[in-house]
Design a protein. Structure first.
Length: 104
């Protein structure tokens, strides 16, 4: 199911979690919509780019791929902790998406 129905509960939850994550971190993170070229890059690495997904990228840090709509705020917290250099708790590690290599 695509996350495009702006009246759905899923869309409302996703939007609220994303907005909450970025609200106080506007100078730290930027959100970009994927384009055809980026989707093709993922496909060249055998990574599904057909459905909903999120990719988290920060220079000098791991790149993380989440293959779905982010509906759990702990995913954002795990990403923030990883990118902030904080020691990751077991809970952070459980929610951290898969690391991928976009440089290939």
């Amino acid at each position: 199911m695509k996350n495009t129905d702006k009246k759905s509960e899923q869309y409302a939850d996703w939007s609220a979690y994303l907005n909450n994550f970025t609200e106080n971190r506007m100078n730290t993170y930027a959100v970009h919509k994927a384009d055809k070229k980026f989707n093709e890059k993922l496909l060249s690495l055998n990574i599904d780019s057909d459905g909903n997904y999120s990719v988290f990228i920060k220079q000098g840090k791991a790149t993380y791929y989440y293959n779905d709509v982010v509906l759990e705020p702990m995913i954002y917290m795990a990403i923030d902790n990883a990118y902030s250099g904080k020691q990751l708790s077991p809970m952070d590690k459980a929610f951290l998406p898969d690391a991928i290599n976009l440089k290939d």
